[in-house]
Design a protein around this ligand. Sequence first.
Ligand code: ATP
Ligand code: MG
Length: 444
Amino acid sequence: MNISKSFIPILKNNPSEAKIKSHQLMLRVGMIKQSSAGIYSWLPLGFKVMKKIEKIVREEQNRIGVQEILMPTIQSSEIWKESGRYEDYGEEMLRIKDRQNREILYGPTNEELVTDIFRSSIKSYKSLPQLLYHIQWKFRDEIRPRFGIMRCREFYMKDAYSFDINDEEAFFSYNKFFLSYLKTFKRLDLKAIPMAADTGPIGGNLSHEFIILAETGESKIFTDKRIFEVDTKDTKLEKKSLDDMRKKFEQYYSVTDEKFNKEEFEKKVSNENRLTTKGIEVGHIFYFGDKYSKPMGASVDLPGGKKDFVKMGSYGIGVSRLVGAIIEAKYDEKNEVMKWPISIAPYDLSIIPMINKNDNAALDKANNIYLELEKNNIEAIIDDTDENFSSKIKKMNLIGAPYQIIIGKQTDGDLLEFKETGKDSQKLKLKDIIKIIIEQKVKN
Ligand code: ATP
Ligand code: MG
């Protein structure tokens, strides 16, 4: 891609309406454009990143055997009346009337709809467990949308639902998601901490939020620092191993403000291990038994001939919020350098030729390099404009491809000036650069 032909509307200065760095950067490099309060269009750069995040989220769901479906954004109020949440959900739900005067709504979450799908087809314990997910837009009429796509009204979420025969099996499902979430966030180069959480309008009694530390986060957290060291690498997708893994986390006090109890915190965590800080909620999992299956009549035949309501859990990841969360974690706002993890970078590499008027040599070289990279599945962006060199570097530092090739005075023959974005440059041959990038891509 040539920058001159791209739709990457970069602003010279930080937009004044943005209060946190992710919102600043996203507007600055034109990843999103607000269309109305809390509602955004995703422009090419932002959309590319979000789609790559979505792909990783999907791969990790598939890996634990969750089956992908797609439910609509618009739901009928009938099923919400059955569960009793039509009244309870309150003003956050966008309620609409169709031309027949029927009450419909834009889904804020999908427990009811997925329970309705389940009960229409699954009748026997022999078909359990059922694990289903979809990745779909949600709407919540947040009272105070803010921080760009971090707290907006329309957002993109992965939500999964589990259906099991009893508590024991349901905890097994819960723990699979628990581990899968840790893996997902790790692949996004984020350290997410599972914290005991309140269940809110979803209901139930077992719940964890996955939080990444960030000063600009909206969740206040109280935690034992030792939780950061918990190692999950030997955990297997088996009941006992998963149970032990969750216990390893749960031995440390780690909660968000709704669950915080000062006395308990001070009793359980010694002074030097106490950490009170802020974080961003990127995922949230719930176990709520028969809260929906019972009022909605979702039951299955048991081995002995009796029937029972299925035990359910739900599991959300804020796919669009993650774009902002990753910027909060990775953007060096002082030096104005963004370096995306290669697994989700909009481009793998930027090529920055110093272009002299009446001399196409640098641009020709850039184009040849581009083609060679393309053959190796490395996606590059070339700054083919005739802006001055320092503003080109500035721009590419904001776009945040993790690697850069600079074609200028330092280029001699086969040796190219190559650098990791934000670091010092080194001279390397193209074939060695390709090797480095491919290695990184494979690792991630
Ligand atoms: P919050 O506490 O941040 O309002 P929530 O607990 O209401 O979130 P869940 O129902 O747990 O949200 O939704 C699952 C995930 O969807 C959250 O962990 C978060 O990453 C994302 N999410 C929720 N609300 C929003 C929003 N208004 N804008 C962007 N992402 C959101
Ligand atoms: Mg939540």
